[in-house]
Ligand binder design. Structure first.
Ligand SMILES: NC(=O)c1ccc[n+]([C@@H]2O[C@H](COP(=O)([O-])OP(=O)(O)OC[C@H]3O[C@@H](n4cnc5c(N)ncnc54)[C@H](OP(=O)(O)O)[C@@H]3O)[C@@H](O)[C@H]2O)c1
Length: 260
């Protein structure tokens, strides 16, 4: 008997989505790669009915970049309402959505406020769901380094950090989607926890980036005030397997191969 199922990955062309699609396809599942450019739009509802027909689970890793809080909240909440309504109509068993560790305490950050609106829409939907809150991706380190750079130095808040590889995030989402809905929140983080400054220093050194790294306890996270543990899981969490050092080595190797 075939155990192959149908999955819909909303944002299936993105960083996490494309990795989740590959894992599901390698396991023999039927996957719809949903993205607005593919004619399946969570925000407008275009293409959802056909895409969701016969699906077992939906993984929502769609994203929007904006600095405008109402725009972000509207995008994430409307998309989640559209998706969960269409899933209920189609009899989809499980809605899995990717959010961010610490979301409830960081909502003065406009982006995280959008993620809160997304979580609330899913929780209020009546659809069976799991919210997976991940820490920052290793792949996000460059963006963080740029964002915290001033006068040629990287100055970060005095907080703990426990980033995770995008490959581990995708694998965890697939595991969750295959299982039963939690009807709640599950935290997900990488295997190593250290100071944000230490991790930033390690990252820049591996890239041969000579910017110095400093700590400023008055800094927040993109506009949100933080405490030492704002960005790390405080209780039980799913743990990624890929160590930051191994991922860095892989990146350096890939860059060397590209240059050769
Ligand atoms: N960066 C981090 O460290 C971090 C940490 C924890 C959680 N997260 C969460 O991880 C999620 C995925 O991030 P990512 O970096 O993989 O995103 P990404 O690479 O920017 O990909 C976003 C995807 O969403 C699709 N999309 C955008 N609008 C859509 C719409 N209306 N309908 C359907 N698809 C749409 C995009 O395709 P089209 O443009 O074709 O629509 C694309 O496939 C985000 O929700 C983010 O909040 C990020």
């Amino acid at each position: 008997m075939s155990t192959s199922k149908k999955f819909v990955v909303i944002g299936g062309t993105g960083l996490i989505g494309s990795k989740a699609v590959a894992i599901l396809r390698n396991a023999g599942h039927d996957v719809v790669v949903a993205s607005s450019r593919n004619g399946i739009n969570a925000f407008t509802g275009e293409g959802l009915e056909a895409a969701l027909s016969g699906a077992d689970a939906v993984i929502d890793v769609s994203n929007m970049m904006s600095f405008d809080e109402p725009v972000l909240r509207n995008f994430f909440a409307t998309s989640s309402r559209n998706l969960t309504a269409a899933e209920k109509a189609a009899g989809v068993r499980h809605h899995v959505v990717l959010s961010i560790v610490g979301t409830s305490d960081l909502v003065s950050n406009p982006y995280i406020s959008g993620k809160q609106a997304q979580e609330e829409a899913v929780q209020a939907s009546g659809q069976d769901y799991t919210i997976v809150r991940a820490t920052q991706f290793y792949e996000f380190m460059d963006t963080l380094a740029e964002a915290y750079t001033a006068d040629g130095a990287v100055t970060v808040p005095d907080i703990e950090f426990q980033p995770i590889a995008a490959d581990d995030v995708a694998a965890a989402l697939v595991r969750v989607a295959l299982g039963n809905p939690h009807h709640g929140i599950v935290d997900l983080a990488g295997p190593d926890r250290a100071g944000f400054d230490e991790i930033m220093r390690t990252y820049l050194a591996a890239k041969g980036d000579r910017r110095s790294v400093r700590v400023d306890a008055s800094l927040g996270y993109f506009g949100a005030p933080v405490t030492a543990t704002s960005l790390v899981p405080m209780g039980a969490f799913m743990r990624g397997e890929i160590a930051f050092s191994d991922w860095l080595q892989q990146q350096t190797h890939a860059t060397q191969v590209e240059k050769a």
